[in-house]
Design a protein around this ligand. Structure first.
Ligand code: ADP
Ligand code: MG
Length: 365
């Protein structure tokens, strides 16, 4: 997949700008706070329908404006697709090939994206919610049915939690099995898909990590639950919920289920979250993201767009080169402050950003 061009209007600090991207490496460079990450963010927004930086879409609208626009022409194996998002204070309109779409699920899969920035350290060092987010964002792009199951699961979970706060215990006990039958149908699918995903991810993650550490460390990733079919997981979840009615009623929320599951990450056998250093966490997070690229390649049949925000300065020169070699055939959009420091071994499309605009000088890109 590749993004051919990106149009921004009143997006963050951009008034109006158009980017033309190569299919290889595209480098957005410039000083701090000029709009490099903003551009990377816009790309990812079109991939997933959400910003990697904020859940509040209104922050994306340029100060003082009513709406923001992001549009791109994307080449994927089905041809060229135009994806567009118009973002208002409290609503948005998404379009694919000019036609309005009503659900985010219809946006997913047109262009897949993997986003990596120094903040992704939280993938290793943060709480389980960070790792679930990784699984959810990745799987949702790969599978609309996962995304739909997740949305429905969360909706029913909310209702179940509201019910658990109800005072009439008789009513609660009577109603829980009904909700749970629904909840576990979707929960079963989520568990099964995650299991599959993590099984495929694990060897890639280990391989990328060995490459990044020159084989000095071993990375291991495991799902919270053993791998099982959706039907098996559905049954197991239902049994688990049924045997914990009392606990959940006491707590007033649903204490276990896929919404609480973690992704286990180990470096040399130790849990990375607890024992890892900053440097180890950074390397492990990058390995996971690079592994994600490979899964997309394998599952979706084509490489996603890899968005690397500000990560080059953290890698030494030989790793930078190796990294880019490994990502041959992947469109990369990367941001950095000094392009010369990145020292690419191959042709790159350099785009200089200043004050929310591309600097165009003497025909040089
Ligand atoms: N909604 C917005 N309206 C106007 N400017 C914004 C908005 N959101 C962020 N900015 C500005 O964008 C700049 C940061 O851009 P960013 O892409 O993060 O910088 P960098 O080039 O360092 O990656 C800051 O100057 C910030 O004030
Ligand atoms: Mg930045």
């Amino acid at each position: 997949m590749r993004i051919k061009n990106l149009r921004l209007k009143n997006f963050r600090n951009y008034a109006e700008e158009e980017f033309v991207f190569d299919e290889g490496v595209n480098v957005l460079y410039g000083r701090n706070a000029q709009g490099k990450t903003n551009c990377a963010e816009a790309v990812f927004y079109l991939c997933t329908g959400t910003s990697p930086r904020t859940h509040k879409d209104r922050q994306l609208i340029r100060a003082g404006q009513e709406s923001a626009f992001i549009g791109a022409d994307v080449g994927n194996r089905f041809g060229t697709v135009r994806v567009e998002a118009e973002i208002f204070e409290s609503a948005r309109t998404l379009r694919v090939n000019g036609g309005k779409i009503s659900r985010n699920a219809e946006l997913l899969g047109n262009v897949n994206g993997v986003f990596f920035s120094p903040e992704e350290l939280r993938l290793i060092q943060g709480g389980p919610d960070e790792r679930r987010r990784f699984l959810n964002v990745s799987l949702s792009q790969m599978s609309k049915s996962y995304y739909t199951a997740l949305i429905r699961y969360n909706r029913i979970l909310e209702q179940r939690n509201a019910l658990l706060k109800e005072r009439d215990a008789g009513l609660v006990l009577e109603t829980l099995p009904v909700w749970d039958a629904e909840l576990c149908r979707y929960g079963g699918e989520i568990v099964a898909r995650r299991g599959e995903f993590v099984r495929s991810l694990a060897p890639y993650a280990a391989e990328k990590h060995a490459f990044l550490t020159d084989g000095a460390e071993a990375l291991e990733v495991r799902a919270e639950r053993r791998e099982q079919t959706a039907a098996e997981a559905e049954k197991a979840l239902y049994a688990e919920l049924s045997s914990n009615y009392e606990r959940d009623m006491r707590l007033g929320f649903t204490a276990a289920g896929p919404h609480r599951d973690d992704l286990k990450i180990f470096i040399n056998g130790d849990e990375a979250r607890v024992y890892g250093s900053q440097g180890q966490a950074r390397t492990a997070a990058l390995a996971l993201k690079l592994a994600e690229v490979e899964i997309f390649r394998a599952v979706a049949g084509e490489a996603p767009v890899l968005i690397l925000d500000d990560v080059m300065s953290e890698l030494d020169l030989s790793r930078r080169r190796k990294l880019l070699q490994q990502m041959e055939g992947v469109q990369i959009i990367l941001t950095c402050t000094h392009t010369e420091k990145v020292l690419f071994g191959r042709q790159v499309n350099k785009i200089r950003i200043r004050g929310g605009a591309i600097v165009r000088t003497g025909g040089a890109k």
